[in-house]
Write a protein that binds this ligand. Structure first.
Ligand SMILES: NC(=O)c1ccc[n+]([C@@H]2O[C@H](COP(=O)([O-])OP(=O)(O)OC[C@H]3O[C@@H](n4cnc5c(N)ncnc54)[C@H](OP(=O)(O)O)[C@@H]3O)[C@@H](O)[C@H]2O)c1
Length: 272
């Protein structure tokens, strides 16, 4: 992503905390911040799979020797681990400027009446309660200096519920309601609240949703050209590099073959 000088100056030297940075949109966002600032950025990268974060950290260091990164395990669904995580940040990473609340998931496509209770709990504990707890904790840092950007990963699912998505959609509706209320509460501050609402992005999302069945996950993108993690990452970096007077409050982003949660164009399969 090439960047105007003013936007680059606004981001340079900032500290960005990304949850769910081990894969997909979160990982791509870490890479985009590094690329946009040529490594003049501090990244706090969290997820449950530490080995994936280690690889990302090494790759970023190779490409941008000046970059500062801190990686640590964090399961956002474990509320009690959030404060210790923030307290354990080394001094140079404590003053977070941008929070990217990205960790999230859908589990299964079962319809109401047959949904696994554990999946309901995990989805809400991660997408909703985890996101709320992290926002509350980081907001203390932002309030103390009257600045900071909160980026929430919403979804088209938070606007357009679909059959087989009741729990995921409800979780993303909750994210949207929480985020809108928060933006209103912060109206007299310089803290910006941004929600990015992607349509279909090909990441590990569908593999997780299908409990690790990659073949089933791949079928979702057959005949289509979905978005990729970097497409959303560019918009996150863009939205947090605007002038202070500008808030990109919401960004609904589709691949060009999608117009709602379920209105999707697929190229017909080639005749055999
Ligand atoms: N892909 C899409 O089509 C799409 C569309 C709209 C919105 N979104 C949203 O975008 C966000 C990122 O999704 P993605 O597409 O990048 O999916 P992904 O490739 O599956 O990545 C999800 C990330 O979240 C992390 N994560 C999952 N559970 C976690 C937990 N309990 N604690 C901490 N980290 C956790 C995963 O890391 P670990 O497993 O290592 O913890 C991973 O890094 C989600 O909020 C999702 O709802 C995705």
């Amino acid at each position: 992503m090439s960047f105007g000088k003013a936007a680059l100056a606004r981001l340079s030297g900032k500290t960005v905390f990304i949850t769910g940075a081990s894969a997909g949109i979160g990982k791509a966002t870490a890479i985009q911040y590094a690329e946009a600032t040529n490594g003049n950025i501090k990244l706090v990268l969290a997820a449950r799979r530490l080995e994936k974060l280690q690889t990302l950290q090494e790759d970023l260091k190779k490409e941008y020797p000046e970059i500062s990164t801190y990686i640590a395990k964090l399961d956002v669904s474990e509320k009690n681990s959030i404060h210790p995580f923030l307290e354990a940040l080394p001094a140079e990473f404590k003053d977070i400027d941008i929070l990217v609340n990205n960790a999230g998931k859908a589990l299964g496509s079962a319809q109401v009446g047959s949904i696994n209770e554990k999946d309901i709990e995990e989805t809400f504990n991660t997408n909703v309660l985890g996101l709320i707890s992290i926002t509350q904790a980081v907001l203390q840092i932002f309030k103390a200096k009257n600045s900071g950007d909160i980026v929430q990963l919403g979804s088209i699912a938070g606007k357009d519920p679909y059959p087989g998505g009741s729990i995921y959609c409800a979780s993303k509706f909750a994210v949207r309601a929480f985020t809108e209320a928060l933006r209103k509460e912060l109206i007299n501050t310089k803290i910006r609240v941004i929600e990015i609402q992607p349509g279909a992005v090909e990441t590990e999302f569908s593999i997780v949703r299908n409990y690790g069945d990659k073949e089933k996950a791949d079928k979702i993108y057959e005949g289509r050209e979905p978005l990729y993690g970097e497409d959303i990452a560019e918009l996150i970096v863009f939205s947090t590099s605007r002038k202070q007077n500008t808030v990109i409050a919401e960004m609904l982003v589709f691949p060009s073959d999608q117009a709602s949660a379920s209105h999707v164009y697929r190229k017909p399969a080639a005749a055999k």
